[in-house]
Design a protein around this ligand. Structure first.
Ligand SMILES: C[S@@+](CC[C@H](N)C(=O)[O-])C[C@H]1O[C@@H](n2cnc3c(N)ncnc32)[C@H](O)[C@@H]1O
Length: 233
């Protein structure tokens, strides 16, 4: 990983903002990911994220914290927050912004336990592909304190396969439709391709059942997106 995402966050943090990240996927064209969005305050967060922050309790783990926007909000409210990300640049920025416990760490290497685990901005993306969902969910479950909760958002992206007449062109023999190849570039450089997973609510719920998690729908967003709360059963 070249960490272009982290480089972009560092540029923005250090007043060197000249252009946005460009993303695309195997099923969609190029799109800008505006850097200021990654530094959003509570007011500019989608309502699903605001709801997740309102539901936070106890000690919190912010998984894939990016620039640390959610961690900062909760820390200011008095929560103990650990923020982790595999991007060195992101963690450097989160620290510069004041996140006290920010560490470069893959979620699969986390061993502490928490009352609330946050995975926000398509939190299921980190699972990469359907075949890995049980592994990640089992690990996340193992990090929960008694009565702990996992708050995670995602989208049902079936709409991305619809043409203008409402017809769906999905290949039913292909793998799960939410598994995407994700491409990112910044300042003319290309990041190594990544896998990024969008999970519809029913598929997430079924996966949760298989690992002993109860999955509740907390809130639906405006565009096929939702926030789920997972608790151990
Ligand atoms: C879409 S960004 C979201 C950033 C932040 N949560 C936000 O809402 O602004 C996803 C983040 O997850 C991080 N990430 C990806 N896989 C990870 C893993 N296995 N463990 C920890 N972080 C991961 C990426 O480096 C990236 O910063």
């Amino acid at each position: 990983m070249k960490d272009l995402f982290g480089n972009a966050l560092l540029d923005y943090q250090n007043g060197k903002y000249t252009e946005d990240i460009i993303t695309s996927t195997n099923i969609s064209d190029e799109d800008d990911l505006p850097l200021p969005y990654l530094f959003r305050g509570f007011k500019d967060m989608p309502k699903l994220e605001q709801k997740a922050l309102k539901l936070a309790k106890g000690t919190v783990l912010d998984v894939g914290c990016g620039a640390g926007s959610h961690s900062l909000y909760l820390q200011k409210k008095g929560f103990h927050v650990d923020a982790i990300d595999i991007s060195k640049g992101a963690i450097e920025v989160a620290k510069q912004r004041g996140v006290l416990n920010a560490e470069v760490k893959n979620i699969l290497e986390e061993t502490n336990s928490f009352d609330t685990i946050l995975l926000l901005m398509n939190g299921t993306g980190i699972f990469q592909e359907l075949a890995q969902v049980s592994k990640y969910l089992t690990h996340l479950k193992s990090l929960l304190k008694p009565n702990g909760q996992i708050l995670i958002d995602s989208s049902d992206i079936q709409y991305m396969y619809e043409d203008e007449d409402g017809g769906v062109w999905m290949d039913m023999n292909a793998s799960y439709y939410g598994e995407l190849d994700y491409f990112l570039s910044y300042k003319g450089e290309k990041e190594d391709p990544m896998k990024w997973l969008y999970l519809d609510f029913n598929t997430l719920q079924t996966a949760c059942e298989t690992v002993g998690l109860k999955c509740e729908l907390v809130l639906e967003g405006d565009h096929f997106d939702y926030l789920a709360r997972l608790i151990a059963v």
